[in-house]
Design a protein around this ligand. Structure first.
Ligand SMILES: Nc1ncnc2c1ncn2[C@@H]1O[C@H](COP(=O)(O)OP(=O)(O)OP(=O)(O)O)[C@@H](O)[C@H]1O
Ligand SMILES: O=P(O)(O)OC[C@H]1O[C@H](OP(=O)(O)OP(=O)(O)O)[C@H](O)[C@@H]1O
Ligand SMILES: [Mg+2]
Length: 296
C-alpha cells in the first residue's frame, strides 16, 4: 500500500509564463489537482503526487536537493543553476517545446556593433550572470557582468550598463525600450526535470509512470492517424510521403483486387499540402484523425 511518504512532489511555477504550460501538461497527463489557484500546494486526486507552486528560480534547487522529485522550469533558469551550483543533482527528462525564448545580448539602437570584441572592457546587465560569463569566456572577451533581478531593459537608460543580456521572444520589449539584439547567447524552452538522487522504490515506479504519461502527451501533440485507399502501384510513393510514419498497416480492400487500405500513425504535423501530395500519388478517401492518448 502507498503511504504519504511515497507520494511524488512536483514543483511548478506559481504564476508567470510557465504556470499555464505546467498545469496543462499535468492535466494532459491525466493528473487532477485538488486545490484552487491560490494554494501553495495541491494534492493530486488520482495519482500519488503533490504539486508545489513556487517561484521558478527555486525549482532547480528544490529538485537538486531532492525536496521535489520533478519540476518544470525554463532551460535558461536550469542552465544558470547548473553553472552556479557545485552539485547540480538534476537532469532534463523531457524538453517540452513550450515557452521558447532566447537569451540575447542587446544594446541601444545607435550602438555600433562589430562583433563580440565590441564588449571588451564594457559592462553587461543581466539576470543570468553565469550564462553570460561562460559566453564571454567562449568569445575570449573580458567584460564585467552586473546582476539585475528584473527590468534589465532599463539598464542602458539608467546608465547601469551600455549592454544587456535578457530573454527575448517576439522582440517587442527590446523595441519598446529602444534596444536591438546584437548576439544570441542561449536558446531556451521549458523542460521537465528530475532529481538524480536515489528514490525509494515506490517513488521510482511512480516517477517512471509519470514520465511515460508525459512522453505519451508529447508524442500525441502533433500525431495523427491517417487512413486512405490506394492501388498497389501507388503504395511505395504514398508511404514515402506519410510524415513520420513507421511501418504503416496495409490491408487488401474487399471486392477491389489490387486496391489497399493504408493505416498509419504520423508523428509529425499533417498539412493540407501533405494531403494534396497523397492524392497526387494516387490516394483516395483520405481521413486524418486526432489521437487522444498514446503509450509506446
Ligand atoms: N517572452 C517570453 N516568451 C517565452 N518564454 C518566456 C518569455 N519570457 C520568459 N520566458 C520563459 O518563462 C520562464 C518564466 O518567466 P517569468 O517571466 O514568468 O519568470 P519570473 O518573472 O522570474 O517568475 P517568478 O515570479 O516565478 O520568479 C523564463 O525563465 C523563461 O524560460
Ligand atoms: O521579446 P518579448 O516577446 O517582448 O519578450 C521578452 C520579455 O518577456 C519576459 O518578461 P515577462 O513579460 O515575462 O515579464 P517579467 O519581466 O515580469 O518576467 C522577458 O524578461 C522580457 O522582458
Ligand atoms: Mg523568477
Amino acid at each position: 500500500m502507498l503511504v504519504d511518504a511515497d507520494r511524488l512532489h512536483i514543483a511548478i511555477q506559481k504564476s508567470g509564463r510557465l504556470s499555464d504550460v505546467s498545469r496543462q501538461l499535468l492535466k494532459d497527463a491525466g493528473l487532477r489537482l485538488q486545490n484552487g489557484r491560490n494554494a501553495l500546494t495541491a494534492r493530486v486526486e488520482n495519482f500519488p503526487a503533490d504539486i508545489m507552486f513556487v517561484r521558478d528560480d527555486d525549482i532547480p534547487t528544490f529538485v537538486a536537493d531532492g525536496v521535489c522529485e520533478f519540476g518544470i522550469v525554463g532551460g535558461n533558469v536550469l542552465e544558470e543553476f547548473r553553472l552556479s551550483s557545485s552539485e547540480p543533482a538534476i537532469e532534463v527528462v523531457a524538453p517540452l517545446g513550450q515557452a521558447r525564448c532566447s537569451l540575447k545580448l542587446a544594446a541601444p539602437e545607435a550602438t555600433v556593433w562589430e562583433g563580440s570584441s565590441t564588449l571588451e572592457g564594457q559592462r553587461i546587465a543581466t539576470s543570468y550572470p553565469a550564462i553570460v560569463t561562460r559566453w564571454l569566456a567562449e568569445q575570449g572577451v573580458r567584460a564585467s557582468v552586473v546582476k539585475m533581478n528584473g527590468a534589465v531593459e532599463l539598464a542602458p537608460r539608467l546608465r547601469i550598463a551600455p549592454f544587456i543580456c535578457d530573454l527575448v521572444s517576439t522582440g517587442a520589449t527590446l523595441e519598446a525600450n529602444g534596444l536591438r539584439p546584437v548576439a544570441d547567447v542561449f536558446d531556451s524552452e521549458a523542460v521537465l526535470v528530475r532529481t538524480t538522487r536515489d528514490l525509494s522504490e515506490p517513488k521510482r515506479v511512480q516517477g517512471e509512470a509519470l514520465l511515460s504519461r508525459v512522453e505519451g502527451v508529447l508524442q500525441t501533440k502533433d500525431a495523427k492517424y491517417i487512413l486512405l485507399n490506394a492501388p498497389s502501384e501507388a503504395l511505395p510513393a504514398i508511404t514515402r510521403i506519410l510524415p513520420g510514419a513507421e511501418a504503416p498497416t496495409i490491408i487488401p480492400l474487399h471486392g477491389r483486387p489490387g486496391h489497399f487500405a493504408v493505416h498509419a500513425v504520423c508523428q509529425e504535423s499533417v498539412f493540407w499540402e501533405t494531403l494534396e501530395q497523397l492524392k497526387g500519388a494516387g490516394a483516395s478517401a483520405v481521413l486524418v484523425l486526432p489521437i487522444e492518448k498514446m503509450m509506446l
